[in-house]
Design a protein around this ligand. Structure first.
Ligand SMILES: C[S@@+](CC[C@H](N)C(=O)[O-])C[C@H]1O[C@@H](n2cnc3c(N)ncnc32)[C@H](O)[C@@H]1O
Length: 271
């Protein structure tokens, strides 16, 4: 069954504000694969579970026609309201019932979303809508993250991880697929020509405020917030305070390096 965790308007707004676009290494990994497989240029690219459009906008820079799809109206509204490119459009629909004709899609992507789908049904849909020779790129960032700043990166990362671990206690069962580096998602992809890359590292330029905002946008934090609003809010407040103290700065807008590890499942449908 599909799992809906991103329905609230407040959550979608936090999402738009703090979720980052795919990093350069992940972008390059996907683009290089699509070139190798001659899937670029593709006439139609579909980004499934596009949320507020971070990955869709990256695709729009490289492809003429990109459709972002998401089950959440609030997320799609955020995506439509954001500055965009002419070839990009958005649709509200479940990943398990994509409103595209058989063999009509050149490339199908999903960024940090596939673990929420009914995997079996989604893979069937991917297989149905993709053209022969069409490709998929299904990625996620993992929970392996670190924060770097001057000579206090270790201490900063420790504080970040302490907070992150407390938030992750409220994780949905589906996050096991992420903890497992998308192994099950890779296995479920019904194409013999496929690979899974688990060591894509990206430096996402952030500030202390946006690292804290990123944690706020995470679905387990939103679960925590519903269960115990005061505890959830004070955890983030304290974490930001501790990070600033360690860095010896007063502004939460101070830039830091936020390092993430991505996993990407790539595959090509046979002719
Ligand atoms: C963690 S967000 C990722 C959003 C965006 N791709 C990004 O990289 O930031 C997961 C998204 O998947 C969407 N989603 C969850 N289940 C879905 C389903 N069954 N069909 C389509 N979208 C779904 C959610 O509404 C949410 O916007």
């Amino acid at each position: 069954m599909a799992t809906q965790m991103f329905e609230g308007k407040g959550h979608a707004a936090v999402y738009q504000k703090y979720r980052f676009a795919p990093g350069k290494e992940l972008q390059q990994t996907i683009l290089t694969y699509l070139q190798e497989k001659r899937a670029n240029p593709a006439e139609l690219v579909v980004d499934v579970g596009c949320g507020s459009g971070q990955g869709t906008r990256f695709l729009g820079e490289h492809f003429k026609k990109v459709v972002g799809t998401d089950i959440s109206e609030a997320q799609i509204q955020e995506a439509r309201d954001a500055p965009s490119l002419p070839g990009i459009s958005y649709l509200v629909c479940p990943a398990e019932e994509l409103p595209f004709k058989d063999a009509s899609v050149g490339v199908l992507t999903s960024f940090t979303a596939a673990h929420w789908f009914d995997i079996e049904k989604f893979m069937r849909e991917a297989n149905r809508v993709l053209k022969p020779g069409g490709c998929v790129a299904i990625s996620t960032y993992t929970v392996d993250m670190s924060v770097r700043y001057g000579n206090c990166s270790d201490e900063l990362t420790k504080v970040f991880r302490e907070c992150w671990d407390l938030i992750l206690k409220h994780s949905h069962d589906r996050l096991k697929l992420v903890l497992d580096d998308y192994k099950k998602i890779f296995e479920a992809l019904p194409f013999p020509d496929k690979k899974r890359i688990t060591d894509i590292f990206d430096n996402i330029p952030m500030t202390v405020a946006s690292v804290v905002g990123y944690m706020e946008s995470a679905s387990p934090y939103q679960v925590f917030l519903k269960k115990d609003p005061e505890a959830a809010k004070s955890l983030l407040r304290d974490t930001e305070k501790r990070m600033l103290e360690i860095m010896g700065v007063s502004s939460a807008e101070t830039p830091v390096e936020f390092w993430v590890r991505h996993v990407c499942v790539l595959g090509c449908k046979g002719q």
